[in-house]
Design a protein around this ligand. Structure first.
Ligand code: UDP
Length: 235
């Protein structure tokens, strides 16, 4: 195994499957089985889950809602997704803990770094909900922050595209994929990997990011084994 402890970032939209809103149970079950395949090999797995399939603060703000209020709704959405993912993981036979950045004690443990690390050492998957707990941030920033805090070896950003391209492959047939790219080149070329806050935090802390297609069965396992799928962003 190339990596001992990973942080997997899943967007809320990824949980929608082919729907336009909410959570697709089949997609959840597929993700749980992918996650189980690497947990069974002794990889320590932490997950940050997004909320975009339910609510995004910025979308509320664009329709006149107070941004902070909207972001609170977005953070709660990530907790809902975290609960759904926890349930799917437990159905797959994985031990999990959900930790939330906002206090919601009847539903999830509060985020406590030492506890999270202890869970990981015991082979439990730790799902981080509630983002960073602050408005005006994204779950990409939460992913980088938590990855650094728990001393993860890498951030795996599971998406529906198989890496970082010269331009949007869904719009440009001439787009080509990078196998490796440096943080500086991503910034220089204006490529979109994560929002700038998240990306810079990762760069400053020398934490590599791998962008890969999470929707192809076996891919998570391949990334963990060091197979060159997706795009790796490194110093
Ligand atoms: N959010 C927030 N602070 C955070 C993380 C998330 O306020 O630290 C809110 C924000 O409104 C965001 C929503 O939660 O739009 C859902 O998160 P995100 O958009 O990152 O989810 P994803 O795009 O990964 O599904």
């Amino acid at each position: 195994m190339q990596y001992k402890r990973i942080l997997l970032k899943l967007s809320g939209e990824a949980l929608m499957g082919n729907r336009s809103y909410g959570i697709d149970p089949e997609r959840l079950a597929e993700y749980a089985s992918e996650i189980k395949s690497i947990v069974d090999q002794g990889v320590e797995v932490a997950i940050v889950i997004g909320g975009g399939n339910i609510f995004r603060g910025i979308a509320g703000a664009s329709k006149g809602m107070d941004r902070v209020q909207g972001d609170h709704m977005g953070m709660l959405a990530t907790v809902i997704n975290g609960l759904a993912l926890q349930s799917a993981c437990e159905d797959a036979g994985i031990q999990t803990r959900l930790q939330s950045a906002i206090k919601i004690n009847e539903v999830a443990e509060p985020f406590i770094r030492r506890k999270a690390m202890r869970h990981l050492e015991k082979g439990r998957v730790v799902i981080f909900g509630g983002g960073t707990g602050n408005p005006y941030f994204t779950t990409d920033s939460a992913a980088v922050l938590r990855a650094i805090e728990i001393e993860a070896d890498v951030i795996l950003k599971g998406t529906r595209v198989d890496g970082i391209y010269t331009s949007d492959p869904e719009k440009d047939v001439k787009a080509t994929k990078f196998d490796f790219i440096t943080f500086d080149d991503v910034l220089r070329k204006g490529l979109k990997v994560m929002d700038t806050t998240a990306f810079t935090l990762s760069q400053e802390n020398e934490l590599p990011i791998i962008v890969f297609d999470m929707n192809t069965r076996g891919n998570l396992q391949k990334v963990i084994s060091g197979e060159n799928i997706g795009t790796k962003v490194n110093l």
